[in-house]
Design a protein around this ligand. Sequence first.
Ligand code: ADP
Length: 617
Amino acid sequence: MRVSPDHIYFKDRQSRFIRINEKLARHFGIAHPSEAIGKTDFDFFDSKHSRAAFDDEQHLMANGQALIGVEEEEDWRDGHVTWVSTTKVPIQNDAGEVVGILGISRDITARKIAEAALRKTNEELRTAKDAAEMANLAKSEFLANMSHEIRTPMNAILGFSELLANKVRDPRHLEYVQAVHSSGKSLLNLINDILDLSKVEAGKLNLELTAIDPSSILRELQTVFSRKVEEKGLIYTTDVANDFPKAVVLDETRLRQVLLNLIGNAIKFTEYGFVRVVARTEMGATDNELRLVFEVHDSGIGIPEDQRGTIFGAFEQQRGQSHAKYGGTGLGLAISKRLVDLMGGKISVESTVGKGSIFRVTLFDVEEALMAESHPLDSSDSNATILFEPATILVAEDVLLNRELIHGFLADLHLEIVEATNGRDAVKLAREKKPALILMDIKMPELDGFQASAILKDDPSTASIPIVAVTASTMKMEEERIKTVCDGFLRKPIGRTDLLNLLRRFLQHTMGAPVAAQASPGAEEAFCSLDAVQVHDPEGLRRRLETELVPLWTGIQDVLIVNQVLEFAEKAIAIAVTHKATRLANWADKLRNDASLFDMHGMEQTLAQFPDFLAQL
Ligand code: ADP
């Protein structure tokens, strides 16, 4: 008992100490164990703890059951606190009566203090982690919102400069407009990059996995870069291994983004020689694992060894690199790395300064698909003529500039456009006009586009009208929400090709041959043959041209009054649409364009082609 590390004591039925060991005496702060005899807990501890201990002991003695390993907080009379783990058992005399208790307790104060400190640290860590997550979320939301705010005016900048570029004739002015357009595009790219990076960092970027054909992406990229490659006099090759799968399950957009960035860099940093893109498979860890490797080789400037790691960081470029010569933001590789990580792959680089570099993307355990999904709505045939059947489109958009832009894009398509400037009017007009399609801006006053769409989809008289949401938002959540009520989705800034592709999905139309006339205005070949699309009732068309257009044409041919030319052009367009006469439509469209630009020379030339056209028929 003397050497025991635990406190040992005996108490009588009144919970008075009969005997205690030295360890407990020290714990009580008394010189000798005998000093405790006859005293109770009340003499040492605060009354609350003493009372609780007393009650426990009385209860224990009454029912004869032991208390084992109970942790107790001891509040001392001087205010300090200690902790013990206590075991108390009843003691019986020879007659079997309970005469007192034996208690053994161990001081666990040090452990309790450590536990409390650990709890506190954990709590602090949790709070710090929550705060960091909140901050990261706030950052990504801020960036998403800011990019939304920037994208909206970008819509006007990019859209109108695209429209203007087709109209401006003065080469110097055209250069200015093109500069506005290309700077606008760089700014948009930068915004998109920053947004992508913050999205991946905040864990908000989800991969959209579909069955894709990676080699078709490589072919497409070769076309994308062909002009640049030609300008620099480089040799660009794409080598796809024979055993490379035709279809795999991957995120097409993100894979393209990574390859686009690597190939773009390879071309940018190579003055002479070659860029070679390789797609091959590699042995997996198991027989079943399909491992894909994409490599971009170049014979460019190379990267010093000490910088081969840092260039994958955000905003990192080679030290001392000329910004005037290479430009860039140093975000491309940072994003690529994060995207490849997200795809469960790795990206690496080998390089020799002055000789060139090899960037390698390895994707592990890729799933092979039976067949790649086709994407019929790409922009490859965007310069083919699309002839829409007459239809009404409701454009719901509160910003005038954006409405004008959509008007501009749709101007040549002979579609009737009705406009609403808020969600409430959009609902009203949709019910009245029953348009063939609604372009619905999401952020609008009164009722927002989402609410308006929900109302229309709930109303049996309008439920079948396709609604395309137009939004500058890039939040996945918003996109998901929109998908629940809308049939399509257009992201601002809207481009003409995207818009046309979308209209083709929802509106009746026929496709004509590529518009040669637009590439070379006034070209004689504009209608040197009949339309590529089967003209509907050519004989009827000829009759209408002769009876309805020829008299008008004779009247305006010499005097060139703009309003009359416009009227003539509109009439010709209407006839062309009814007869699906693509070339006539294009010709009349050009005439209308000339007239609206007061281009006297153009009008004269275009009008002069009319007899040839008739002769063709
Ligand atoms: P950016 O191209 O906008 O500068 P990236 O993140 O794509 O940004 O690239 C970061 C840097 O890595 C580049 O600025 C360049 O210094 C270096 N780098 C990338 N690719 C190559 C390459 N193929 N050859 C030489 N240097 C490269």
